[in-house]
Design a protein around this ligand. Structure first.
Ligand code: ARG
Length: 458
Protein backbone atom coordinates (compact mmCIF):
# COMPACT_ATOMS: atom_id res chain seq x y z
CA UNK A 1 0.00 0.00 0.00
CA UNK A 2 1.43 3.41 -0.95
CA UNK A 3 1.87 5.68 2.06
CA UNK A 4 -0.32 8.29 0.36
CA UNK A 5 -3.18 5.92 -0.54
CA UNK A 6 -5.78 7.36 1.90
CA UNK A 7 -7.89 9.24 -0.64
CA UNK A 8 -7.74 6.58 -3.35
CA UNK A 9 -10.24 3.79 -3.86
CA UNK A 10 -8.56 2.09 -6.85
CA UNK A 11 -5.20 0.44 -6.88
CA UNK A 12 -2.43 2.12 -8.93
CA UNK A 13 -2.23 0.69 -12.43
CA UNK A 14 0.72 -1.66 -12.97
CA UNK A 15 2.06 0.54 -15.77
CA UNK A 16 1.80 3.64 -13.66
CA UNK A 17 3.67 1.98 -10.81
CA UNK A 18 6.42 1.03 -13.21
CA UNK A 19 6.40 4.44 -14.86
CA UNK A 20 6.53 6.55 -11.73
CA UNK A 21 8.91 4.54 -9.57
CA UNK A 22 12.36 5.87 -8.84
CA UNK A 23 13.50 3.27 -6.31
CA UNK A 24 15.41 1.39 -9.01
CA UNK A 25 17.91 4.24 -9.07
CA UNK A 26 17.31 6.62 -6.16
CA UNK A 27 18.18 3.82 -3.71
CA UNK A 28 21.73 5.08 -3.79
CA UNK A 29 20.55 8.05 -1.75
CA UNK A 30 19.79 5.82 1.24
CA UNK A 31 22.61 6.95 3.58
CA UNK A 32 21.64 10.57 3.03
CA UNK A 33 17.92 9.91 3.38
CA UNK A 34 18.60 8.22 6.71
CA UNK A 35 20.98 10.95 7.84
CA UNK A 36 18.35 13.60 7.06
CA UNK A 37 15.60 11.66 8.81
CA UNK A 38 17.65 11.21 11.97
CA UNK A 39 18.35 14.92 12.19
CA UNK A 40 14.68 15.68 11.52
CA UNK A 41 13.50 13.30 14.25
CA UNK A 42 15.95 14.76 16.75
CA UNK A 43 14.72 18.27 15.92
CA UNK A 44 11.05 17.24 16.27
CA UNK A 45 11.69 15.86 19.76
CA UNK A 46 13.78 18.83 20.81
CA UNK A 47 10.93 21.13 19.83
CA UNK A 48 8.45 18.99 21.77
CA UNK A 49 6.61 18.11 18.56
CA UNK A 50 7.07 14.37 19.11
CA UNK A 51 8.02 12.53 22.34
CA UNK A 52 11.74 12.04 22.91
CA UNK A 53 11.15 8.30 23.33
CA UNK A 54 9.65 8.16 19.84
CA UNK A 55 12.60 10.07 18.37
CA UNK A 56 14.95 7.61 20.07
CA UNK A 57 12.98 4.71 18.62
CA UNK A 58 13.05 6.31 15.17
CA UNK A 59 16.78 6.91 15.30
CA UNK A 60 17.47 3.37 16.48
CA UNK A 61 15.13 2.00 13.83
CA UNK A 62 16.79 4.02 11.08
CA UNK A 63 20.15 2.62 12.12
CA UNK A 64 18.66 -0.86 11.84
CA UNK A 65 17.34 -0.05 8.35
CA UNK A 66 20.76 1.28 7.39
CA UNK A 67 22.37 -1.94 8.59
CA UNK A 68 19.88 -4.01 6.58
CA UNK A 69 20.58 -2.06 3.39
CA UNK A 70 24.31 -2.28 3.89
CA UNK A 71 24.12 -6.00 4.50
CA UNK A 72 22.16 -6.39 1.24
CA UNK A 73 19.17 -7.66 3.23
CA UNK A 74 16.78 -4.83 2.45
CA UNK A 75 13.85 -5.62 0.19
CA UNK A 76 13.38 -2.56 -2.06
CA UNK A 77 9.79 -2.46 -3.27
CA UNK A 78 8.65 -0.85 -6.49
CA UNK A 79 5.16 -0.27 -5.11
CA UNK A 80 6.73 1.99 -2.48
CA UNK A 81 7.96 4.20 -5.33
CA UNK A 82 11.05 5.83 -3.98
CA UNK A 83 13.78 5.65 -1.37
CA UNK A 84 11.87 7.83 1.07
CA UNK A 85 8.80 5.62 1.29
CA UNK A 86 10.81 2.41 1.20
CA UNK A 87 12.81 3.45 4.22
CA UNK A 88 9.92 4.96 6.13
CA UNK A 89 7.73 1.95 5.52
CA UNK A 90 10.39 -0.49 6.70
CA UNK A 91 11.06 1.72 9.72
CA UNK A 92 7.41 1.51 10.75
CA UNK A 93 7.44 -2.25 10.21
CA UNK A 94 10.39 -2.46 12.58
CA UNK A 95 9.40 -0.03 15.35
CA UNK A 96 5.64 0.36 14.94
CA UNK A 97 3.75 3.52 15.81
CA UNK A 98 6.69 5.92 16.49
CA UNK A 99 7.73 5.39 12.87
CA UNK A 100 4.49 6.97 11.78
CA UNK A 101 5.58 10.23 13.47
CA UNK A 102 8.74 10.69 11.42
CA UNK A 103 7.06 12.44 8.51
CA UNK A 104 5.67 15.18 10.78
CA UNK A 105 6.40 18.62 9.32
CA UNK A 106 8.04 17.16 6.27
CA UNK A 107 7.17 16.37 2.66
CA UNK A 108 8.98 14.26 0.12
CA UNK A 109 9.52 17.52 -1.73
CA UNK A 110 11.82 19.01 0.89
CA UNK A 111 13.12 15.55 1.73
CA UNK A 112 14.39 14.74 -1.77
CA UNK A 113 16.01 18.15 -2.15
CA UNK A 114 17.78 17.58 1.17
CA UNK A 115 18.91 14.07 0.23
CA UNK A 116 20.27 15.31 -3.08
CA UNK A 117 22.17 18.13 -1.50
CA UNK A 118 23.75 15.84 1.09
CA UNK A 119 24.65 13.36 -1.65
CA UNK A 120 26.11 16.03 -3.93
CA UNK A 121 28.10 17.60 -1.13
CA UNK A 122 29.67 14.20 -0.58
CA UNK A 123 30.23 13.59 -4.28
CA UNK A 124 31.75 17.03 -4.85
CA UNK A 125 34.47 15.91 -2.46
CA UNK A 126 34.85 12.55 -4.18
CA UNK A 127 35.20 14.12 -7.63
CA UNK A 128 37.66 16.65 -6.22
CA UNK A 129 39.74 13.81 -4.75
CA UNK A 130 39.83 12.07 -8.14
CA UNK A 131 40.78 15.33 -9.84
CA UNK A 132 43.65 15.70 -7.38
CA UNK A 133 44.81 12.17 -8.19
CA UNK A 134 44.92 12.96 -11.89
CA UNK A 135 46.72 16.23 -11.21
CA UNK A 136 49.28 14.37 -9.12
CA UNK A 137 49.81 11.82 -11.88
CA UNK A 138 50.41 14.63 -14.37
CA UNK A 139 52.68 16.40 -11.93
CA UNK A 140 54.74 13.26 -11.29
CA UNK A 141 55.15 12.78 -15.04
CA UNK A 142 56.18 16.41 -15.47
CA UNK A 143 58.69 16.14 -12.66
CA UNK A 144 60.17 12.91 -14.00
CA UNK A 145 60.66 14.34 -17.49
CA UNK A 146 61.55 17.96 -16.84
CA UNK A 147 64.05 18.29 -19.67
CA UNK A 148 62.10 16.70 -22.50
CA UNK A 149 61.48 19.11 -25.37
CA UNK A 150 58.61 18.67 -27.79
CA UNK A 151 56.96 20.80 -30.45
CA UNK A 152 54.05 22.84 -29.16
CA UNK A 153 51.08 22.99 -31.53
CA UNK A 154 48.59 25.58 -32.65
CA UNK A 155 46.13 24.63 -35.40
CA UNK A 156 47.72 21.16 -35.05
CA UNK A 157 50.76 22.67 -36.78
CA UNK A 158 54.21 22.88 -35.27
CA UNK A 159 54.31 26.22 -33.48
CA UNK A 160 57.20 26.57 -31.03
CA UNK A 161 59.31 24.20 -28.95
CA UNK A 162 58.04 23.68 -25.42
CA UNK A 163 58.90 21.44 -22.53
CA UNK A 164 56.76 18.30 -22.37
CA UNK A 165 56.38 19.11 -18.67
CA UNK A 166 54.96 22.54 -19.55
CA UNK A 167 52.31 20.87 -21.70
CA UNK A 168 51.39 18.47 -18.87
CA UNK A 169 51.28 21.27 -16.33
CA UNK A 170 48.78 23.14 -18.48
CA UNK A 171 46.36 20.30 -17.68
CA UNK A 172 47.23 20.49 -13.99
CA UNK A 173 46.06 24.11 -14.13
CA UNK A 174 42.82 23.20 -15.92
CA UNK A 175 41.94 20.44 -13.49
CA UNK A 176 42.86 22.81 -10.67
CA UNK A 177 40.21 25.26 -11.84
CA UNK A 178 37.76 22.37 -12.03
CA UNK A 179 38.39 21.80 -8.32
CA UNK A 180 37.81 25.50 -7.64
CA UNK A 181 34.51 25.36 -9.50
CA UNK A 182 33.34 22.39 -7.46
CA UNK A 183 34.33 24.10 -4.22
CA UNK A 184 32.36 27.14 -5.29
CA UNK A 185 29.34 25.05 -6.28
CA UNK A 186 29.47 23.40 -2.86
CA UNK A 187 28.59 26.73 -1.21
CA UNK A 188 25.28 26.77 -3.05
CA UNK A 189 24.67 23.05 -2.53
CA UNK A 190 25.26 23.24 1.20
CA UNK A 191 21.97 24.88 2.20
CA UNK A 192 19.04 23.23 3.92
CA UNK A 193 15.65 22.71 2.22
CA UNK A 194 14.15 20.53 4.98
CA UNK A 195 11.39 22.28 6.89
CA UNK A 196 9.94 23.80 3.75
CA UNK A 197 7.27 21.11 3.61
CA UNK A 198 5.58 20.47 0.30
CA UNK A 199 5.64 24.13 -0.72
CA UNK A 200 4.54 26.64 1.91
CA UNK A 201 6.48 25.81 5.07
CA UNK A 202 4.99 24.40 8.27
CA UNK A 203 2.49 25.31 10.95
CA UNK A 204 4.67 23.41 13.41
CA UNK A 205 7.41 25.12 15.45
CA UNK A 206 10.27 23.54 13.50
CA UNK A 207 13.82 24.62 14.33
CA UNK A 208 15.42 24.59 10.92
CA UNK A 209 18.66 26.07 12.20
CA UNK A 210 19.05 23.07 14.48
CA UNK A 211 18.50 20.67 11.57
CA UNK A 212 20.96 22.63 9.42
CA UNK A 213 23.61 22.42 12.14
CA UNK A 214 22.98 18.74 12.70
CA UNK A 215 23.47 18.06 8.99
CA UNK A 216 26.43 20.39 8.54
CA UNK A 217 24.62 22.80 6.24
CA UNK A 218 25.98 26.35 6.18
CA UNK A 219 22.60 27.99 5.77
CA UNK A 220 18.85 27.46 5.80
CA UNK A 221 17.11 28.17 2.49
CA UNK A 222 15.00 31.28 3.12
CA UNK A 223 12.07 30.59 0.81
CA UNK A 224 10.14 27.33 0.98
CA UNK A 225 8.93 27.58 -2.62
CA UNK A 226 12.46 28.08 -3.88
CA UNK A 227 13.70 25.27 -1.64
CA UNK A 228 11.39 22.62 -3.11
CA UNK A 229 10.99 24.12 -6.56
CA UNK A 230 14.46 24.60 -8.02
CA UNK A 231 17.19 22.28 -9.18
CA UNK A 232 19.75 24.90 -10.18
CA UNK A 233 22.26 23.26 -7.88
CA UNK A 234 22.06 20.15 -10.06
CA UNK A 235 22.38 22.12 -13.29
CA UNK A 236 25.40 23.87 -11.84
CA UNK A 237 27.03 20.64 -10.70
CA UNK A 238 26.37 19.06 -14.10
CA UNK A 239 27.94 22.11 -15.77
CA UNK A 240 31.02 21.74 -13.62
CA UNK A 241 31.21 18.06 -14.49
CA UNK A 242 30.76 18.86 -18.18
CA UNK A 243 33.74 21.18 -17.97
CA UNK A 244 35.77 18.46 -16.26
CA UNK A 245 34.74 16.07 -19.04
CA UNK A 246 35.76 18.63 -21.64
CA UNK A 247 39.21 18.83 -20.08
CA UNK A 248 39.40 15.05 -19.86
CA UNK A 249 38.52 14.79 -23.54
CA UNK A 250 41.30 17.16 -24.54
CA UNK A 251 43.94 15.37 -22.52
CA UNK A 252 42.67 12.10 -24.00
CA UNK A 253 42.86 13.48 -27.51
CA UNK A 254 46.45 14.59 -26.97
CA UNK A 255 47.26 11.09 -25.76
CA UNK A 256 45.56 9.46 -28.75
CA UNK A 257 47.51 11.70 -31.11
CA UNK A 258 50.83 11.23 -29.33
CA UNK A 259 50.31 7.46 -29.35
CA UNK A 260 49.62 7.31 -33.11
CA UNK A 261 52.31 5.87 -35.38
CA UNK A 262 52.61 9.23 -37.12
CA UNK A 263 53.57 10.99 -33.90
CA UNK A 264 54.91 8.12 -31.81
CA UNK A 265 55.63 10.58 -28.99
CA UNK A 266 54.67 8.23 -26.16
CA UNK A 267 54.50 4.64 -24.99
CA UNK A 268 51.58 3.32 -22.93
CA UNK A 269 51.59 0.23 -20.74
CA UNK A 270 50.03 -2.97 -22.08
CA UNK A 271 47.62 -3.03 -19.15
CA UNK A 272 46.16 0.29 -20.32
CA UNK A 273 45.83 -0.43 -24.02
CA UNK A 274 43.81 -3.04 -25.87
CA UNK A 275 44.18 -5.17 -28.96
CA UNK A 276 42.13 -5.85 -32.05
CA UNK A 277 40.24 -9.10 -32.51
CA UNK A 278 41.29 -9.11 -36.15
CA UNK A 279 44.57 -7.25 -36.54
CA UNK A 280 47.25 -8.95 -34.45
CA UNK A 281 49.63 -6.01 -34.51
CA UNK A 282 47.24 -3.47 -32.98
CA UNK A 283 47.77 -1.76 -29.66
CA UNK A 284 45.04 0.79 -29.23
CA UNK A 285 44.66 3.67 -26.76
CA UNK A 286 41.06 2.68 -25.93
CA UNK A 287 41.12 4.17 -22.44
CA UNK A 288 41.85 7.62 -23.82
CA UNK A 289 39.29 7.14 -26.60
CA UNK A 290 36.57 6.13 -24.16
CA UNK A 291 37.41 8.97 -21.80
CA UNK A 292 37.05 11.28 -24.81
CA UNK A 293 33.85 9.56 -25.95
CA UNK A 294 32.13 9.57 -22.58
CA UNK A 295 32.21 13.35 -22.66
CA UNK A 296 29.15 13.08 -24.89
CA UNK A 297 26.92 11.61 -22.23
CA UNK A 298 28.16 14.06 -19.60
CA UNK A 299 27.25 16.99 -21.88
CA UNK A 300 23.98 15.24 -22.68
CA UNK A 301 22.94 15.00 -19.04
CA UNK A 302 23.51 18.74 -18.64
CA UNK A 303 21.32 19.49 -21.66
CA UNK A 304 18.68 17.05 -20.43
CA UNK A 305 18.49 18.70 -17.01
CA UNK A 306 18.33 22.20 -18.45
CA UNK A 307 15.57 21.06 -20.76
CA UNK A 308 13.62 19.30 -18.01
CA UNK A 309 13.66 22.46 -15.91
CA UNK A 310 12.87 24.84 -18.75
CA UNK A 311 9.52 26.53 -18.33
CA UNK A 312 8.47 24.46 -15.28
CA UNK A 313 5.98 26.43 -13.23
CA UNK A 314 6.70 26.77 -9.53
CA UNK A 315 7.05 24.75 -7.50
CA UNK A 316 7.65 20.99 -7.38
CA UNK A 317 6.55 19.05 -10.45
CA UNK A 318 7.08 15.36 -10.92
CA UNK A 319 9.22 16.20 -13.96
CA UNK A 320 11.89 16.92 -11.40
CA UNK A 321 12.25 13.27 -10.51
CA UNK A 322 14.11 13.10 -13.82
CA UNK A 323 16.97 14.96 -12.17
CA UNK A 324 18.65 11.85 -10.78
CA UNK A 325 19.80 9.33 -13.35
CA UNK A 326 21.76 11.83 -15.42
CA UNK A 327 23.34 13.31 -12.31
CA UNK A 328 24.34 9.88 -11.03
CA UNK A 329 25.70 8.87 -14.40
CA UNK A 330 27.70 12.07 -14.85
CA UNK A 331 29.24 11.64 -11.42
CA UNK A 332 30.05 7.95 -11.95
CA UNK A 333 31.40 8.56 -15.44
CA UNK A 334 33.62 11.47 -14.52
CA UNK A 335 35.00 9.76 -11.42
CA UNK A 336 35.84 6.57 -13.29
CA UNK A 337 37.37 8.45 -16.21
CA UNK A 338 39.57 10.47 -13.86
CA UNK A 339 40.69 7.40 -11.94
CA UNK A 340 41.44 5.37 -15.07
CA UNK A 341 43.30 8.17 -16.80
CA UNK A 342 45.38 8.82 -13.69
CA UNK A 343 46.36 5.16 -13.54
CA UNK A 344 47.13 5.12 -17.26
CA UNK A 345 49.40 8.15 -16.94
CA UNK A 346 51.46 6.11 -14.51
CA UNK A 347 52.42 3.91 -17.49
CA UNK A 348 53.05 6.73 -19.97
CA UNK A 349 56.62 7.11 -21.17
CA UNK A 350 57.67 9.90 -23.50
CA UNK A 351 59.74 8.85 -26.51
CA UNK A 352 62.07 11.72 -25.95
CA UNK A 353 64.16 11.27 -29.08
CA UNK A 354 61.06 11.41 -31.32
CA UNK A 355 59.84 14.51 -29.54
CA UNK A 356 63.23 16.19 -29.70
CA UNK A 357 63.50 15.45 -33.39
CA UNK A 358 60.07 16.85 -34.14
CA UNK A 359 60.93 19.99 -32.17
CA UNK A 360 64.23 20.52 -33.96
CA UNK A 361 62.62 21.76 -37.18
CA UNK A 362 64.31 25.20 -37.41
CA UNK A 363 61.06 26.73 -38.64
CA UNK A 364 59.78 26.46 -35.06
CA UNK A 365 62.33 29.12 -34.11
CA UNK A 366 61.17 31.69 -36.70
CA UNK A 367 59.40 33.62 -33.95
CA UNK A 368 62.62 33.71 -31.92
CA UNK A 369 64.33 35.37 -34.86
CA UNK A 370 61.55 37.95 -35.20
CA UNK A 371 61.76 38.64 -31.45
CA UNK A 372 65.56 39.01 -31.71
CA UNK A 373 65.01 41.68 -34.35
CA UNK A 374 62.40 43.28 -32.13
CA UNK A 375 64.97 43.47 -29.35
CA UNK A 376 67.41 45.04 -31.82
CA UNK A 377 65.35 48.00 -32.89
CA UNK A 378 63.18 46.59 -35.69
CA UNK A 379 59.45 47.20 -35.08
CA UNK A 380 57.88 43.77 -34.57
CA UNK A 381 55.50 44.00 -37.53
CA UNK A 382 58.46 44.71 -39.84
CA UNK A 383 60.53 41.99 -38.22
CA UNK A 384 57.68 39.54 -38.75
CA UNK A 385 57.49 40.46 -42.45
CA UNK A 386 61.27 40.17 -42.92
CA UNK A 387 61.45 36.76 -41.27
CA UNK A 388 58.44 35.66 -43.31
CA UNK A 389 60.29 36.67 -46.45
CA UNK A 390 63.37 34.75 -45.27
CA UNK A 391 61.25 31.60 -44.60
CA UNK A 392 59.75 31.94 -48.09
CA UNK A 393 63.19 32.37 -49.65
CA UNK A 394 64.51 29.25 -47.91
CA UNK A 395 61.46 27.22 -48.89
CA UNK A 396 61.74 28.34 -52.53
CA UNK A 397 65.44 27.41 -52.64
CA UNK A 398 65.24 24.19 -50.65
CA UNK A 399 67.43 25.51 -47.85
CA UNK A 400 66.77 24.60 -44.22
CA UNK A 401 66.49 27.81 -42.15
CA UNK A 402 69.46 26.89 -40.01
CA UNK A 403 71.61 26.15 -43.08
CA UNK A 404 71.25 29.59 -44.68
CA UNK A 405 74.30 31.83 -44.68
CA UNK A 406 74.30 35.28 -43.12
CA UNK A 407 74.47 36.72 -46.62
CA UNK A 408 71.36 34.80 -47.70
CA UNK A 409 69.59 35.84 -44.51
CA UNK A 410 70.44 39.51 -45.10
CA UNK A 411 68.62 39.48 -48.44
CA UNK A 412 65.41 39.40 -46.43
CA UNK A 413 66.63 40.66 -43.07
CA UNK A 414 69.06 43.51 -43.68
CA UNK A 415 70.02 43.96 -40.01
CA UNK A 416 70.66 40.27 -39.28
CA UNK A 417 73.84 39.50 -37.32
CA UNK A 418 76.03 36.43 -36.95
CA UNK A 419 74.17 35.72 -33.70
CA UNK A 420 70.95 35.13 -35.66
CA UNK A 421 72.36 31.97 -37.19
CA UNK A 422 72.51 30.36 -33.75
CA UNK A 423 68.87 31.04 -32.96
CA UNK A 424 67.64 27.83 -34.59
CA UNK A 425 68.14 25.66 -31.56
CA UNK A 426 65.14 24.26 -29.72
CA UNK A 427 66.81 24.06 -26.32
CA UNK A 428 67.95 27.65 -26.64
CA UNK A 429 64.46 28.69 -27.69
CA UNK A 430 62.86 27.00 -24.70
CA UNK A 431 65.32 28.36 -22.16
CA UNK A 432 64.87 31.88 -23.52
CA UNK A 433 61.16 31.95 -22.57
CA UNK A 434 61.74 33.14 -19.05
CA UNK A 435 58.92 35.65 -18.64
CA UNK A 436 56.26 34.41 -16.21
CA UNK A 437 54.18 31.64 -17.74
CA UNK A 438 56.79 30.79 -20.37
CA UNK A 439 58.23 27.36 -20.96
CA UNK A 440 61.79 28.00 -19.66
CA UNK A 441 62.93 25.25 -17.29
CA UNK A 442 63.14 27.53 -14.28
CA UNK A 443 59.48 28.47 -14.80
CA UNK A 444 58.48 24.86 -15.21
CA UNK A 445 60.40 23.98 -12.06
CA UNK A 446 58.61 26.76 -10.23
CA UNK A 447 55.24 25.45 -11.45
CA UNK A 448 56.13 21.99 -10.21
CA UNK A 449 57.16 23.38 -6.83
CA UNK A 450 53.97 25.43 -6.65
CA UNK A 451 51.75 22.41 -7.20
CA UNK A 452 53.79 20.18 -4.92
CA UNK A 453 53.35 22.81 -2.23
CA UNK A 454 49.60 22.92 -2.84
CA UNK A 455 49.29 19.16 -2.53
CA UNK A 456 51.52 19.02 0.53
CA UNK A 457 49.20 21.47 2.28
CA UNK A 458 46.08 19.42 1.55
N1 ARG B 1 10.72 10.62 -5.93
C1 ARG B 1 10.37 11.99 -5.93
C2 ARG B 1 11.40 12.81 -6.71
O1 ARG B 1 12.47 12.36 -6.83
C3 ARG B 1 10.31 12.51 -4.54
C4 ARG B 1 9.42 13.69 -4.40
C5 ARG B 1 8.05 13.27 -4.80
N2 ARG B 1 7.04 14.15 -4.35
C6 ARG B 1 5.80 13.96 -4.72
N3 ARG B 1 4.93 14.76 -4.24
N4 ARG B 1 5.44 13.05 -5.58
O2 ARG B 1 11.15 13.88 -7.19
Amino acid sequence: MALWSGRFSEKTDELVAKYTESISYDRRLYPFDIQGSKAHAAMLARQGIIPQADADAIIGGLDAVLAEIEAGKFDFKQELEDIHMNIESRLTELIGQPGARLHTGRSRNDQIATDERLYMRHEAEEVTAQLAKLQKALLALAERHQDVIMPGFTHMQHAQPVLFAHHLLAYVEMFGRDCERLADCRHRINRLPLGSGAIAGSTLPLDRNFTADALGFDEVLRNSMDAVGDRDYIVEFLSDLAIVAMHISRLSEDIVIWFSQEFAFIELGDAFTTGSSLMPQKKNPDVAELARGKTGRVYGHLMAMLTTMKGLPLTYNRDMQEDKEGLFDSIDTVKLSLATLAAMLGTLKPRTERMRQAASDPALMATDLAEWLGRHGVPFRDAHRQVGRFVGFCAANGIALDKATLKQMRESIPTAQEECLAIFDAAHSVSARKAIGGTASENVKAQIEYWKGRFARN
